[in-house]
Design a binder for this molecule. Structure first.
Ligand code: 6GU
Length: 246
């Protein structure tokens, strides 16, 4: 899959290619990452990329022309059929289903804004989709673009080994993940749950499903409301709640 990111801080975005899962995917040429800086497309001696908002008010707005030129160059480096996505708090909420949808694309151009935002006419004429990480404000779209790339790349075939397979991740079944434990058996006065030491693989899978359901119920009832629980899942959740005496 091919990514291109348009950003005033391309070095910041480039760091995702230096670490972990995304770093390995880049080294193995499972993905490519192009970076384009609107400042390299400014037309004046000061390399101006922002200007004051029409109508007044605080802050600055990113200008149409340098961003449009950077987007055009970025898009030209990717295969046909790659959408341009603008990261902003006004976008549709990013989630695992959206990551999955993006992972089926040949690539994507990600536009990271700074300042108060980008000239609306750029969004209307050049952006296919506007995406937000959630209801809070970042100083720029770079961290959001990096988050989207990370979430998408780990879903690409061959990126994760069998050991770290994404099928068991949080949200894949629409639920939170179950708790995890490693050695020693007792730490901070707390024992590992007995079932995890039992070697009973069916029992372990059942316990993990129960924990995932219980934690989702307690911490993210909004997630559970979106699911139609099977009879087995409802039984596990009822058991969890009884065991918690809730
Ligand atoms: Cl995508 N951008 C910015 N600037 N802030 C955000 C965000 C995006 N998602 C949540 N907050």
């Amino acid at each position: 899959m091919h990514f291109a990111v348009v950003s005033l801080f391309p070095e910041m975005v480039g760091t995702i290619g230096q670490y972990g899962v995304v770093g390995r995917a880049l080294q193995r040429e499972l993905i490519t990452l192009e970076l384009e800086n609107p400042r390299d497309h400014a037309s004046d001696a000061h390399r101006t990329v922002d200007d004051r908002p029409y109508g007044g008010g605080p802050g600055m707005v990113m200008k149409f022309e340098p961003v449009a030129a950077a987007l055009e160059l970025a898009k030209g480096k990717l295969p046909d059929g790659c959408p341009t996505v603008y990261l902003s708090p006004q976008g549709q909420a990013f989630d695992q289903a959206m990551a999955k949808r993006f992972s089926a694309l040949p690539g994507m151009v990600l536009l990271a804004g700074r300042y108060e935002g980008i000239d609306e006419r750029l969004i209307e004429s050049r952006i296919d989709e506007e995406v937000s990480l959630g209801d809070f404000v970042l100083s720029g779209g770079e961290i959001a673009a990096m988050a989207v790339i990370d979430a998408v790349v780990r879903l690409l075939p061959g990126v994760l080994g069998d050991e770290e397979s994404a099928v068991q991740d949080s949200f894949v079944g629409g639920l939170l993940d179950h708790p995890h434990y490693t050695r020693p058996e007792v730490v901070a006065g707390r024992r590992v749950p007995d079932v995890l030491l039992s070697g009973d693989h069916a029992g372990i899978a059942r316990w993990r499903d129960k924990q995932a359901l219980g934690r989702s119920h307690q911490r993210r009832p909004d997630l559970l409301k979106k699911l139609d629980l099977t009879d087995e899942q409802q039984t596990l959740l009822d058991e969890f709640l009884k065991e918690q005496r809730l």
